[in-house]
Design a protein around this ligand. Structure first.
Ligand code: PGA
Length: 227
């Protein structure tokens, strides 16, 4: 059975109380789950301000969820007001998303910034999910997972076709030698199976569909039943 990564991206959503409520509802759903999930890695990439709540909640409830961040600083520790360094993130998370199109657009992150972020993240042992809009984008060699996310499919309810997503993921693998490539862009509980069943797609990066614990649980369950 192939290993599947499901990385939920909460984006700029959820307070401490909302994070606790999500965990409460997720663990209730999970207690009813009797399928196999050893082949699935679930990561929740949360805002920096709630990483500690997520980490603590996952630990005390013994949930099969890994904690991820959505950004690290391009700088090391030091005089960089407002920045959160990779070393600080590593205290709370094991994974990080770098290069999401929203940060490339709204924070004007350049390829140079992104490769500095990847270097800092890898220096402290974070696992990096690196997002690209297509197969032509520069991808730093050190990343662990590449997420193919066509910009027009993010938050629009329109996905790429599973066949085209598969060929872009295959192209990325061939070009970079990176063995884990996932798809993101309007993934939900209904369409996830079609993507996961493609041979070059190793997982998904749902945004909107990770916010509601029951919807996300249905998505994980559907992905888990794909062979
Ligand atoms: P979406 O977001 O699932 O809401 O389209 C995906 C992403 O931006 O990572």
């Amino acid at each position: 059975m192939k290993q599947i990564l499901i990385a939920g991206n909460w984006k700029s959503n959820k307070t401490e109380d909302e994070t606790k409520e999500w965990l409460e509802q997720w663990s209730q759903s999970f207690s009813t789950f009797h399928g196999k999930n050893e082949h699935i890695t679930i990561v929740i990439c949360a805002p920096t301000t709630v990483l500690h709540v997520l980490k603590e909640g996952v630990k005390t409830r013994d949930l099969p969820i890994r904690v991820g961040a959505q950004n690290v600083s391009a700088f090391a520790d030091g005089a960089f007001t407002g920045e959160v360094s990779a070393r600080m993130v590593k205290e709370l998370a094991d994974w990080v998303i770098i290069g999401h199109s929203e940060r490339r657009t709204y924070q004007r992150e350049t390829n140079e910034d992104l490769s500095a972020k990847v270097a800092n993240a890898k220096n402290v042992g974070l696992r990096v999910i690196y997002c690209v809009p297509d197969s032509t984008e520069v991808i730093p060699h050190a990343v662990d997972v590449v997420a193919y996310e066509p910009i027009w499919a993010i938050g629009t309810g329109k996905t790429d076709t599973p066949e085209n997503a598969n060929s872009v993921c295959a192209e990325i693998k061939k070009k970079t030698g990176i063995s884990s490539v996932i798809y993101g862009g309007s993934i939900n509980a209904t369409n996830v199976k079609q993507f996961i069943s493609m041979n070059a797609i190793d997982g998904v990066l749902p945004g909107g569909a990770s916010l509601d614990p029951q919807v996300f649980f249905r998505l994980v369950t559907a992905a888990g039943s794909t062979h």
